[in-house]
Design a protein around this ligand. Structure first.
Ligand code: ACO
Length: 427
C-alpha cells in the first residue's frame, strides 16, 4: 500500500477514495485533490481558500506560526537590512542576487525605462483633481496595455524580462503622476541621475524645473535616511506569496489577458481596506481616535461583535504570532525617531493601542497582532507623504511580486484557467 496518500471515507456509503500527498520543500505538504470530483462526484468546500493551495510556487515562503517570511529562500530580515529594494527585485525576478555588473545594468535599465508616453500623461490629466491616486494608478496601468500591446504574447525570456522591467520602472512615475494629479499640480518627469527610490520621492516633492523646496537654510534635499526608510518599505512589500491581490493577478492572467491588465486588477484588489488599503486606514483611524484618552472606547468597539469597527493594522490570515515585516518596521521607526520628525501624538496613540491589544484576552485568543500596515503609516507620514499615497506605495513595492508570479504561472505546464466550483443552495 502507498504511504504518501490520504484516504477519504464517505461515511454515507462507506466508500474509500485515495489521493496523493505532494511534499513541500518547506511548510505543509498538500493533498492533491485535482481528481476529487472525477473520483467522488463531490466538490471540496473552502470559502476564502483558508486551506487550499492553488498553485506550485518557488518564489516566497511564509510560515505564519513561526512568523517567517523568505524571498527565494532568504530571510526577510536579512534582505531588508542588508540589501536594497532593487537587489530584492532582481532576486524575486531571477531567483538569485545580482552581481555588481548585473545590478548596475538593471538599475540603468529601470532609470531609462521610467518615462511614460506623453499620451498616457494626457490621459492621467483628464481625471478629476479629486480622484484617489489608486483609481488613477489602476486605470493608468490598464491603459499601459494599449501602449505595449505586444506584451500580450511573449515567446522568450528576453520578451518576458522587457515586459517585467518596463512596468517595474514605470509604476513609480505613474504613482507620482497620479498623486500630483490628485492635487492638481504639474507633473515632474523622472530624473535619471537619481536612484529608483530617491527618484520617486523627487517626483512627489519637486517643483517645476527640477527644483526642491527652498527652506531658510537653502534647498531641502532628500535625506539618505528618508531614502533608506522608503527603500525598506518597498522591500518589505515586494512579495507575499498567494495573498489576495497576487491571487487576482494569477487568476486574471490565467484567462490569457494582457499582463498589465492582470497587474491593474491586482492594484484594484490591493486597494481594499482588508488588504493593502489598510495602511491608509490605520493613519485615518489613529487621527480619528485623536488622543490616548479615547483609545479605550475604540478597543471596546473593536471587541463588540455587534459593531463592524475593526482595529486597522491588526490581524492577518497567515501570521498568528507576529508579522516579521512589522518587526523590521518597528525597529526602523525607533531608528527614525531621532532623525526624522515622527508625529509624536500618532506614535503615542499607536504604541498605547499596541500595548493594550497585546495584553487583551480578545486579541490574544484570536491571535491578532500588529501587521506591516500598522507601522508603515507613521513612517510614511514622517517622510511627508500624504495618506492617499500609502497604498500606491504598497503597489510600487508589490509590482515585482505580481510580475514574478505571473511569469511563474506562464511557464508552469500545469497552469489552468482559474474556475472554482460552488455549493448551490438556490431554487
Ligand atoms: N480588529 C478586531 N477584531 C478583529 C480584527 C481586527 N483588526 N481582525 C480580526 N478580528 C476578529 C474577527 O472579528 C473574528 O472574531 P470572531 O472569531 O469573534 O468572529 C476573528 O478576529 C477572526 O477574524 P477573520 O476576519 O475571520 O480573520 P481573517 O483571517 O479572515 O481576516 C484580516 C484577516 C482581513 C487581515 C482581518 O484581521 C482584518 O480585517 N484586519 C484589519 C485590516 C488589516 O489590517 N488588513 C491588513 C492585512 S495585512 C495586508 O494585507 C498587507
Amino acid at each position: 500500500m502507498k504511504t504518501n496518500t490520504a484516504t477519504l471515507i464517505d461515511n454515507r456509503t462507506g466508500k474509500h477514495y485515495e489521493f496523493d500527498i505532494l511534499e513541500a520543500t518547506r511548510g505543509p505538504s498538500v493533498v492533491d485533490i485535482s481528481t476529487f470530483y472525477k473520483k467522488t462526484g463531490m466538490f471540496t468546500y473552502d470559502v476564502g481558500y483558508t486551506s487550499t493551495a492553488s498553485c506550485t510556487s518557488s518564489i516566497t515562503f511564509i510560515d505564519g506560526e513561526k512568523g517567517e517570511l523568505r524571498y527565494r529562500g532568504i530571510d526577510i530580515k536579512k534582505l531588508a537590512k542588508e540589501h536594497t529594494y532593487l537587489e530584492n527585485c532582481y532576486l524575486l525576478l531571477n531567483g538569485s542576487m545580482p552581481n555588481a555588473d548585473e545590478l548596475k545594468r538593471f538599475d540603468l535599465e529601470l532609470r531609462h525605462r521610467s518615462f511614460i508616453d506623453e499620451d498616457l500623461k494626457r490621459l492621467i490629466s483628464t481625471f478629476p483633481d479629486s480622484a484617489h491616486p489608486m483609481s488613477i494608478l489602476s486605470s493608468g496601468v490598464s491603459a499601459l496595455s494599449s501602449f505595449y500591446f505586444e506584451h500580450l504574447n511573449m515567446h522568450n525570456i528576453q520578451e518576458c524580462q522587457d515586459m517585467a522591467r518596463r512596468i517595474i520602472a514605470k509604476i513609480p512615475t505613474l504613482a507620482a503622476f497620479a498623486y500630483r494629479k490628485s492635487l492638481g499640480i504639474p507633473f515632474i518627469y523622472p530624473d535619471i541621475d537619481r536612484s529608483f527610490t530617491e527618484n520617486f520621492l523627487y517626483m512627489l516633492r519637486a517643483y517645476p524645473g527640477g527644483k526642491m523646496k527652498r527652506g531658510m537654510d537653502g534647498e531641502e534635499e532628500i535625506k539618505p535616511i528618508e531614502i533608506k526608510a522608503l527603500d525598506t518599505i518597498f522591500t518589505l512589500h515586494a512579495d507575499h506569496e498567494q495573498n489576495a491581490s497576487t491571487t487576482v493577478v494569477r487568476n486574471v492572467a490565467s484567462t490569457g489577458a494582457h499582463p498589465y491588465v492582470a497587474i491593474s486588477s491586482g492594484i484594484a484588489a490591493l486597494w481594499g481596506r482588508a488588504h493593502g488599503g489598510a495602511n491608509e486606514s490605520v493613519i485615518a483611524q489613529l487621527e480619528m481616535i485623536g488622543s490616548v484618552e479615547n483609545i479605550g472606547k475604540y478597543i471596546a468597539k473593536a471587541k463588540d461583535p455587534n459593531d463592524e469597527f475593526r482595529l486597522m493594522g491588526f490581524g492577518h490570515r497567515v501570521y498568528k504570532n507576529f508579522d516579521p515585516r512589522a518587526e523590521v518596521l518597528k525597529e526602523l521607526q525607533d531608528e527614525l525617531k531621532e532623525e526624522l520628525n515622527l508625529d509624536s501624538n500618532l506614535m503615542a496613540i499607536a504604541s498605547k493601542i499596541e500595548e493594550i491589544a497585546l495584553s487583551d484576552e480578545y486579541f490574544i485568543e484570536r491571535k491578532l497582532y500588529p501587521n506591516v500596515d500598522f507601522y508603515s503609516g507613521v513612517i510614511l507620514s514622517a517622510l511627508k507623504i500624504e495618506k492617499s499615497m500609502f497604498t500606491p506605495i504598497f503597489v510600487i513595492g508589490r509590482t515585482v511580486g505580481w510580475i514574478a508570479h505571473l511569469l511563474e504561472f506562464r511557464v508552469d505546464s500545469s497552469s489552468k484557467i482559474a474556475r472554482p466550483r460552488q455549493l448551490y443552495r438556490g431554487e
